[in-house]
Design a protein around this ligand. Sequence first.
Ligand SMILES: C[S@@+](CC[C@H](N)C(=O)[O-])C[C@H]1O[C@@H](n2cnc3c(N)ncnc32)[C@H](O)[C@@H]1O
Length: 403
Amino acid sequence: MSSTLPTPQPSLGTQSAAETMAPQDQRAAEMVDAVAEELSSLVIHPEEELVTKLAKVSKTPAAGFGVFATQDIPKGALIAVESAVLSIPAVPDEEAAPEFCAALHQLPKAKLERLQSLSLDPLAWKAVSGANVRSRIWQWCEDNLASNEGGQRTSHHELSKMVDITCRCYGIFLTNNLETGGESGRGVYPFFSRMNHSCRPDIFEFFDIKTKELSLRAIHDIKAGDQIHSTYVDLLQPRKKRQKTLAAWGFHCQCTACANPAFDTLSDRAVELDDMLEEYLFYHDDFSSDTDDDHEPFLKGPDEALGVAQDLIQILKDQAIYGESLFYAYWNGSKLGVEVDDLQLALDYAREAREIEVCCVGTDGKLSDEDTIEWISYLESQIAHGADKGTLSARLAHGDYDP
Ligand SMILES: C[S@@+](CC[C@H](N)C(=O)[O-])C[C@H]1O[C@@H](n2cnc3c(N)ncnc32)[C@H](O)[C@@H]1O
């Protein structure tokens, strides 16, 4: 197997900022260096041990390996930053196996070893050993590896061995890969791959399209020694649906939310509220025009919709669901605050949303396509200038909000 890719360069520059800047900027430069040093202790390279300043990978009693906090981690703290061991572009499912083969057979040895050390879920193994996927992998190997570097034909036995190894690695990829969204496809990230699932996750994972790095941040305070979980599923689903999806990883979730039936009522209600809100926010125009839809809209106007957003915020907090779902509940609440002409409420909710956003993705990232900072300053200026009741919502309805 050839290893033609160069070893990736660390994402943080090795040259010290203080070494390169003018003397009068020395203090600022030292601060930059301090931040770079702090961050470099969080960066995971595939060839290194899986330890950062705040967390490490260890054996769990019943779920293989997991990630544990090595010290108290405050909400919002950056736990790790890492690049992919292996990634493939966004392609239709039937093209994923050949894309994977091409990426795998270019992988440097250290990364290949890291990939092979990760867990292989029995169901993923079953999928890759099935005739369909195996024959695609066989075809790729035959087309690309049928002769060795000296030009001699690879024997059937050797080819079959390569197919076996490739299938096993593909199973590992399927067990551990994360969809990073849009054209960036999906990849396997070494530290993140060791995180077990909980329906009450402790972190938010954020893929930065510019740097191609994945950052993991605490979404609430975590105590030293606690296991750090991510979520493998959308949390705004009833328990049964979540567990059905999780069955693909071959385990039955026993997190606090799944083990305590009292959470089921809250969880079902959160799903209902979210559906009503979604219908109001995204489809209510369809109801006002002539439509064949066979039901009346759930929510009649912005006052009712705001009430639902407020209930949803409360229910998410009662269930200790932080992160993206709570962000959107506040964000929608802020937009509805404007619709009912309560600009102060709109501003308070926008600030809450921003706090969650920073906690999940840092100050430079964004959770939504819209810009929360611009929205906050827009609301602040409208309040400062005593925007007329109704003016702002009318302008927003026409899409001419111009911060
Ligand atoms: C991405 S890996 C997570 C790390 C894995 N435990 C390991 O040892 O590498 C996914 C696999 O971990 C296990 N797993 C994840 N979350 C779990 C949970 N809440 N309970 C039991 N097993 C879990 C399942 O076997 C699953 O297929």
